[in-house]
Design a protein around this ligand. Structure first.
Ligand SMILES: Cc1cc2nc3c(=O)[nH]c(=O)nc-3n(C[C@H](O)[C@H](O)[C@H](O)COP(=O)(O)OP(=O)(O)OC[C@H]3O[C@@H](n4cnc5c(N)ncnc54)[C@H](O)[C@@H]3O)c2cc1C
Length: 515
């Protein structure tokens, strides 16, 4: 049934040979049949349920039961509940010794901000427990294998980027703590999560981010609600995940690891979700790109298909360059994280490199996804603006990717910190050594960053991301990636126009089997 999406019913992994080539380079040996089965689930069920939840059945907050007790439960559509359990296995690979790239490849294919958010925040709790609180092994199991869901609540009303401004206080009570004055203002998973990890400042701890501890907060303690949900937010997109406002007052919480290292664990957790953001951004963009590819071969204007028009071919090449560039950058960053994720503070050079790459990938993929999905809408003409079809929603979904997990300015400042305090540019330059052109460009950007500091940091984030993207694309051996690397460099590093010699179907439209 292709009434809403042309790609309905298709295997979304099979439809994406560029993804396959990129995965083959940065994560060789991934199980192809599993990816294809997941691609089919996406084409058959995810597209339909995600659209339905977005348009007709977003989660609702039920505050009381029939007897008037506060329950603060998210009511999900039964279709969403069933689908979430089918998707849950995608969060397990890293904990089953199968690595992170497989998880993020699933996240890319899933390409839904709301559903993927629920699964990401669930396994972020599992991640924190796995690394720093093994005494909660049972909770970790329930998160990975069901039935529990997790959440990560850091942002408070007075600040998201400025985590150090957190006002939640943690007061010791035996082996546990009670949290007070907590106003977790953007709490995704509210009403759904059985366990959240939250930042709070233990009494007596210093001000600022370094004084924050990380805690495990159960939804219920001895059958009673441990915190309340004030309301759910009305959102532009990501509607499948309930995002609410959570109040903590006397809420029981268990410390995770060493409280004085809480900010490090929080930042590690952010790396996990920033990479998810990067993979999802490019996955969402791909959905819109695919729809556009189907559309341009079916719609005619001025006596020929849209695909036959020069300017459409130019648009498609622009989309493909952004698409392959962002995807290669994301999976290069994921590969680096996969090699370093088991480290604990103080971290090695390899970990700092992974963190630096995560900032580049998070920042740049969000820009690519926003641009690709907007162009896909435009290529649909008036239909692109209608909520009835997929492309409008994918653009709305793409627009969250620059905001949550830290907007671009924050990625830029975190990148600067990783360079100045952790010297993360040194392993980056060493990595780029394989590509003299990329290394020379990176040197120039870093020199300017040193001279101009934060004023230039956001541009440096984009420029360095593009340098690393060219490096990543050069590593993909499959044709025509060497040429795509050249074109990406020309278009985004040098800011030049695309040459007429690039007006070839194998570059702008190699999807000849689509109909
Ligand atoms: C749908 C949705 C779900 C969310 N879910 C969660 C969740 O589950 N858990 C959670 O903890 N948070 C969540 N958030 C919050 C999200 O992470 C924050 O909104 C985000 O980190 C930005 O924080 P803020 O909104 O406080 O913006 P601010 O921190 O006020 O930033 C506003 C702008 O100022 C810029 N800025 C801030 N500081 C600086 C600086 N020093 N220099 C230059 N520019 C700066 C930022 O880049 C941004 O563009 C969610 C948000 C949304 C929209």
């Amino acid at each position: 049934m292709r009434a809403r999406f042309y790609s309905q019913g298709e295997d979304h992994y099979k439809l994406d040979p560029d993804l396959k080539a990129i995965l083959h380079t940065f994560a060789p040996g991934l199980p192809q049949e599993e990816l294809s089965a997941f691609g089919k689930l996406v084409g058959e069920e995810v597209l339909e349920v995600a659209h339905h939840v977005d348009q007709d059945a977003p989660p609702r907050l039920q505050m009381h039961d029939l007897d008037g007790n506060r329950i603060d439960r998210a009511l999900l559509s039964p279709a969403q509940k069933t689908l979430l359990e089918k998707l849950r296995p995608m969060i397990r690979p890293a904990y089953e010794g199968r690595g992170w790239p497989l998880h993020y490849a699933f996240g890319y294919l899933l390409a839904d901000g709301g559903l993927y958010c629920i699964l990401t925040i669930t396994h972020q709790v599992a991640y924190a427990l796995h690394k720093y609180a093994p005494e909660h092994e049972g909770v970790k199991r329930d998160l990975l294998y069901g039935p529990a869901f997790g959440a990560t609540w850091m942002t408070e009303i007075q600040g998201g980027s400025d985590l150090g401004a957190n006002r939640t206080v943690a007061r010791r009570e035996g082996n546990a703590y009670r949290l007070y004055q907590g106003d977790k203002y953007f709490a995704s998973g509210a009403g759904l999560a059985d366990y959240a990890i939250v930042t709070a400042r233990p009494e007596g701890a210093p001000a600022g981010p370094k004084g924050l501890g990380l805690f495990l907060l159960p939804r219920e303690v001895e059958g009673r609600l441990n915190f309340t949900v004030r309301r759910f937010k009305e959102k532009l997109a990501t509607r499948a995940v309930p995002s609410g406002e959570v109040e903590l007052e006397g809420s029981l919480a268990y410390p995770i690891g060493r409280l004085e290292e809480g900010i490090y664990y929080t930042l590690e957790n952010l790396t996990v979700s920033r990479l998810a953001n990067a993979a999802a951004a490019m996955g969402i963009a791909k959905k819109a790109h695919l729809e556009a590819l189907f559309r341009v071969r079916r719609r005619t204007a001025f006596g020929k298909t849209l695909l036959q028009h020069d300017l459409i071919q130019h648009d498609l090449l622009e989309m493909r360059l952004r698409q392959v560039g962002g995807t290669a950058l994301a999976f290069l960053a994921i590969q680096a994280f996969d090699q370093a994720w088991e480290e604990r503070p103080p971290y090695s050079e390899g970990y700092h490199l992974a963190r630096l790459l995560s900032h580049l990938a998070k920042g740049r993929t969000a820009e690519h996804a926003s641009a690709i999905t907007a162009l896909a809408m435009e290529l649909f003409g008036g239909l692109g603006f209608l909520e009835e079809y997929g492309v409008a929603r994918w653009h709305r979904e793409a627009l969250i990717t620059p905001i949550w997990e830290g907007p671009a300015n924050i990625q830029a400042l975190d990148m600067l910190e990783a360079i100045l305090k952790k010297r993360a540019h040194e392993p980056l330059l060493a990595m780029l050594g394989e590509s003299p052109r990329a290394q020379a460009e990176a040197h120039k950007i870093l020199k300017k960053l040193q001279e101009e500091g934060p004023w230039y940091a956001k541009e440096a984030l984009r420029a360095l991301a593009d340098v690393v993207t060219v490096y990543a694309l050069e590593k993909v051996a499959a044709e025509p990636f060497p040429e795509l690397a050249e074109l990406y460099a020309r278009r985004f590093l040098k800011g030049e126009t695309l040459p007429p010699s690039a007006q070839r179907p194998e570059l702008y439209d190699p999807w000849s089997s689509l109909s």
